[in-house]
Design a protein around this ligand. Structure first.
Ligand code: PAF
Length: 283
């Protein structure tokens, strides 16, 4: 695996691979099996697999966990070597955001819904860095996890609006054996918080059972989920949203193939998200 720690080094490495189909997995590191599932699929579908590790300051709010965000580059490198990654791009912050930096991507409307309500500026930061990384890596396909479904919808919209020559693949959520969706931030959870956090996937399992038994009213599904999330006083619900996949507007009735049931909770200082996707976000 070639490790490129600068844009210059990536620019030297990529032309040597000309003619190959490039697949790209952007990450912020502290890799888990969810990330590795993206890398494996990327390898299956492309000649060249490029992974980036960059903790993007532009997507963290001033009161968020940028400084504490977990990092373990040595372990990440070993995991990616094992997956036969071809190129690992690990740029420095100063190079990614040369000062003065003035250009941002706003995917209007979508960035204000769901997580955007409590994380103003987050999706602007995500869209900006993803476009920058696409420009640097020039992938034919890019791989993202369904856990960040709103992120996938924002990126899909940006690709359409800006005519970007990249396809995105959105892969299923990878879970621990107890059902908790894997997330780099799970490391923040105390044992009691981790136990409480299980109500989040359980609430979505309840939603899935209701949907498969023919319930279509969003209100009924939301109430059942809220009941599950209210079980543990360590959990505080941020939102439960049942929205369509185009503009993330709340829908009163489930639309087959076009619905996202998403929730965000806080367990202590840790914010967790999870969802049930009734549809396909790849494009
Ligand atoms: O999903 C993530 O890890 C990040 O939001 C991404 C897409 C790598 C952009 O920083």
């Amino acid at each position: 695996m070639k490790i490129c720690r600068s844009i210059q080094s990536l620019h030297t490495e990529l032309p040597a691979q000309a003619g190959k189909t490039t697949g790209f997995v952007p990450t912020m590191g502290f890799l888990h099996q969810g990330h590795l599932s993206l890398v494996r699929r990327c390898r299956e579908e492309n000649d060249l697999t490029v992974v980036s590790i960059f903790v993007n300051p532009a997507q963290f709010g001033p009161a968020e966990d940028l400084q504490q965000y977990p990092r373990d580059p040595e372990k990440d490198i070993a995991l990616l070597e094992k997956e036969n990654t071809d190129i690992l791009f690990m740029p420095e912050n100063d190079e990614m955001y040369q000062q003065p930096f003035r250009t941002y991507i706003n995917v209007e409307g979508l960035d204000k819904m769901l997580c955007g309500q409590t994380r103003p500026g987050h999706f602007r930061g995500v869209a900006t860095v993803v476009l920058k990384l696409f420009n640097l890596v020039c992938p034919a396909r890019a791989y993202f996890g369904q856990k960040d479904a709103q992120q996938a919808i924002v990126i899909r919209q940006m690709i359409r609006d800006l005519h970007l020559p990249v396809q995105i693949r959105i892969l299923a959520i990878v879970r621990d054996s107890d059902g908790l969706a894997l997330s780099s931030r799970n490391v923040y959870l105390s044992p009691a918080e981790r136990q409480a956090a299980l109500s989040l996937p359980k609430s979505l399992q309840k939603a899935a059972v209701l949907v498969s038994s023919g319930v279509e009213e969003s209100q009924v599904i939301r109430e059942s989920m809220q009941k599950e999330l209210d079980r543990d006083p360590l959990l505080a619900t941020e939102y439960i949203s049942i929205v369509n996949l185009q503009d993330l507007q709340e829908i009163p009735v489930i639309e087959a193939g076009n619905t996202l049931i998403a929730a965000a909770v806080r367990a202590g200082r840790t914010r967790l998200i999870d969802n049930l996707l009734l549809g396909d976000l790849s494009c």
